[in-house]
Ligand binder design. Structure first.
Ligand code: KG4
Ligand code: ZN
Length: 365
């Protein structure tokens, strides 16, 4: 890279409508985020206690123009001053992905700028580099509402999946727990808050795959055990709910501890790299999980990086960063590029070692 690159990023793959403008410069340790706008849709989905794809797509259509205009205004730039336009092209809810990608294409076409079609997961994978100069390679734990995997990030565009969930994603497990206990949506922050007031030893919940070879995850059995406890209690009191959340989170922490050990072994063995552990995705906003990871990293002499919470959950700064890094490396995409509901980061692993049977779990595979 010989000159600064300024890129507009657009994100619309789930229930956040987001746009950001970011600049990378030769020699600068981290990028400069000139603007970073996120319009959440939680209120629109809350009555349904989960994200409704059609409502999400419509909300993106209604909100995206204003969000992009706000990002440009805050950055103090016109479209002509951009070096490129990056938009999430998948994986995600296809209606929303199409809205953001088409908007990116239109701006790129109208202003004769290169378009960069960004994999949302690559955005999460690179997100720690928004706030710290994290060098490649690193071991990434990506934990969000739709994704739950360990990835060896070897360089830009070079990802090896070491393990992933064989059923639910971790964020999904938090959301289902919240739904079961009627805590509202999104569930993760509500479960975390209640867990802090509860007794983590009151309920004996399973620790799926604990001690098992490899570093896959499974959370379906944990959810079923919770359902049984709630059935047994009948109408759980507030204290019951707090104890259930605390016991659930304690089980999750134990599972993470065990799986991380296996993942570190896989990462060391395969890549012989210096130890760097990175956590990204919405669940990385959870303070108990962050503290546990920090602790495990220290014990295993890994450096630990976690993006600030606003860059853990879906945002466009990470999409702009992935776009800028790709542009700097000489990549851009044809305007005919298609939106993809599924787009694994490690295509080889997804084909040769699918974690789900075809057609079942969509983006998670
Ligand atoms: O990355 P993200 O914004 O969207 C996806 O790409 O999925 O992640 C959202 C997920 C949701 O499942 C949400 O419940 C979870 O991240 N989450 C949390 C916390 N904050 C968000 N889970 C546990 N504790 C939190 N504090
Ligand atoms: Zn995400």
């Amino acid at each position: 890279m010989t000159r600064p690159l300024t890129v507009l990023g657009i994100e619309s793959s789930c229930d956040e409508t987001a746009a950001a403008v970011l600049r990378i410069e030769p020699g600068a340790p981290t990028p400069t985020v000139l603007s970073d706008i996120v319009l959440g849709q939680a209120a629109a989905h809350a009555p349904f206690r989960g994200v409704v794809p059609e409502i999400a797509a419509r909300a993106h259509v209604e909100g995206l123009d204003g969000v992009i205009a706000a990002a440009m205004r805050e950055a103090g730039l016109g479209f002509a001053e951009l070096d490129g336009v990056a938009a999430t092209a998948g994986p995600g809810l296809i209606g929303g992905v199409m809205v953001g990608l088409v908007a990116g294409k239109a701006i790129a076409l109208a202003h004769d700028k290169p378009l960069i079609a960004v994999n949302h997961l690559e955005g999460h994978a690179l997100s720690p580099r928004l706030s710290a100069p994290v060098a490649f390679p690193y071991l990434l734990l990506l934990v969000s509402g739709g994704h739950c995997q360990f990835i060896a990030v070897l360089g830009l565009g070079q990802y090896r999946r070491l393990g992933s969930t064989i059923d639910d994603a971790l964020g999904e497990a938090f959301d289902k727990t919240a739904k079961l206990l009627d805590l509202g949506f999104p569930g993760g922050p509500a479960v975390e808050a209640l867990a802090a007031k509860g007794d983590p030893r009151r309920f004996e919940l399973p620790r799926p795959l604990l001690g098992r070879e490899g570093c896959d995850f499974s959370f379906a059995g944990l959810k079923t055990a919770l359902v049984r406890e709630v059935e047994r209690l009948g109408a759980p009191s507030d204290q019951d709910k707090a104890d259930l959340c605390a016991s659930f989170q304690a089980a999750v922490l134990d599972v993470i501890e065990d799986r991380i050990r296996h993942a570190m072994r896989a990462f060391d063995g395969f890549w012989g790299a210096e130890g760097r552990l990175v956590v990204a995705g919405g669940v990385a906003a959870n303070r108990a999980i962050r503290a546990k990871l920090e602790d495990l990293a220290e014990t295993n002499r890994y450096a630990f990086y976690a993006p600030p919470s606003k860059w853990c959950t879906d945002n466009a700064a990470m999409i702009a960063l992935a776009g800028a890094e790709r542009l700097a490396a000489g990549f851009s995409d044809d305007l005919a590029v298609a939106a993809r509901p599924r787009w694994p980061l490690d295509e080889v692993a997804a084909l040769t070692r699918p974690s789900h049977k075809p057609g079942r779990k969509g983006a998670k595979a």
